[in-house]
Design a protein around this ligand. Structure first.
Ligand SMILES: Cc1cc2nc3c(=O)[nH]c(=O)nc-3n(C[C@H](O)[C@H](O)[C@H](O)COP(=O)(O)O)c2cc1C
Length: 384
């Protein structure tokens, strides 16, 4: 399938009514001007001094693309295969929770926008709307991201609901058994979950509801308090993976892997995929960047299972570099959040369309006409 020229054409046709800035930097600034400070910083800010967040994108500059010439890139194929399925693009919407703080339609609009663009959407456990409602908005492929509750029957119930609602993979996020020290949110005394936002999956979960004496309608405070108690599970170990494995036949990916030894353990425990991620710098400040962590992890995994990557993907060249270093696909987080904040579904679509067109052009101009042709020989270390 060739999407490239088609996507570019659409970008140019729509330049006149472009309602969001094209550059990531301007997009972020416009979202900042548009939103109240609490929700803006909830999205934009990260853990601690935000060193990892700042480095996430800069680390891509350590690599340079060395383009090839005269390769006939007139027809291009941006598709990739994952778990026996063809995906139109090697780009997905990262799981992002509590999107209603920046737009009333939240995850519903993002799910629609992604589906319209042929981009897969990963629904977060911490969505404001339930996974079933989000699934209804999309005709496309979607995955479900699990925050593994300390009440494991709730975790299992969510996985089963996701399978029933048509999700095709489960992403277990390992780096957030508790939320990190996020200075801006603490300064603003802002945790949207305590206002009942971002807990839609719990409020419609039969097991969660069975743990309450009164329904959330009658007593929302108790529901929120229960959520706070069971949200994360810092006691989890590798052995616990067996339990979730026994609940579903869907492929299971682990998100938040940064250490090669953990990649080894993931393989030993039979998971189906890995997402190299530092959660956009929102968990361990000072953590290694994803793109720096990727080569060693690929070395360990040796193509036995697919590796995906997120944290710091902003432009087409970032995607080319991640794929060249061994990722099969990338996830993008904040960019589509700013599109959502500024223009709902249309904003999400424009952000994704720009990213796809940039990726397609950069791939073609680097002399590659298929994602499968992008390898490490296209890169060299920057000489700075
Ligand atoms: C506001 C916000 C909320 C997020 N919520 C979740 C979540 O619920 N589950 C999850 O696994 N990751 C979550 N993430 C992390 C993203 O999935 C992804 O790892 C990160 O945004 C990638 O970095 P980027 O924003 O630099 O693209 C969140 C990120 C942001 C910015």
């Amino acid at each position: 399938m060739t999407y490239g020229n088609h996507v570019q054409l659409k970008v140019y046709q729509q330049l006149e009514d472009h309602i969001i800035p094209v550059t990531y930097e301007d997009l972020e600034q416009k979202a900042k001007a548009h939103l109240a400070k609490e929700p803006y910083y909830y999205v934009a800010a990260s853990a601690g001094a935000e060193v990892t967040a700042r480095n996430n994108n800069r680390a891509f500059e350590k690599w340079e693309i060395v383009p090839r010439m005269l390769c006939d890139t007139s027809k291009r194929d941006l598709s990739v295969e994952l778990f026996g399925k063809r995906y139109q693009y090697p780009i997905m919407c990262a799981p992002v929770g509590v999107q209603s703080i920046i737009h009333p339609e939240g995850e519903l609009a993002s799910s629609r926008g992604a589906s319209e663009m042929g981009v897969s959407y990963i629904t977060s456990t911490a969505s404001t709307y339930s996974l079933e409602k989000i699934a209804q908005e999309s005709n496309g492929d979607k995955w479900f991201q699990l925050y593994w509750s300390s009440d494991r029957e709730i975790a299992a119930s969510m996985v089963k609901r996701a399978e029933a609602a048509g999700y095709s993979a489960i992403v277990i996020t390992l780096d957030t058994p508790m939320m990190a020290w996020r200075e801006k949110d603490i300064e603003h005394k802002y945790l949207p979950f305590l206002q009942g936002k971002g807990i839609g999956n719990y409020l419609e979960d039969p097991v969660f509801l069975s743990r309450l004496e009164r329904s959330p309608k009658e007593d929302m405070t108790s529901a929120i308090m229960l959520w706070a108690k069971i949200f994360g599970n810092p006691a989890l170990t590798w052995k616990d993976l067996e339990y979730i494995r026994s609940q579903t036949d869907l492929p299971i990916l682990l998100k938040g892997i940064l250490h090669p030894e953990d990649a080894k353990l993931a393989l030993e425990h039979g998971v189906d995929g890995i997402i190299v991620s530092n959660h956009g710098g929102r968990q361990v400040d000072g953590a290694i960047t994803s793109i720096d962590a990727l080569p060693e992890i690929c070395e360990v995994v040796q193509d036995q299972i697919p590796i995906l990557l997120d944290s710091g993907i902003r432009r087409g060249a970032d995607i080319i570099k991640a794929l060249a270093l061994g990722a099969k696909a990338v996830l993008v987080g904040r960019p589509y959040m700013y599109g959502l904040a500024l223009a709902g579904e249309e904003g999400v679509k424009q952000v994704l369309r720009n990213l796809l067109a940039d990726f397609d052009l950069t791939m073609a101009l680097s002399g590659k006409s298929k994602v499968s042709e992008i390898h490490k020989d296209l890169l060299r270390r920057a000489q700075v």
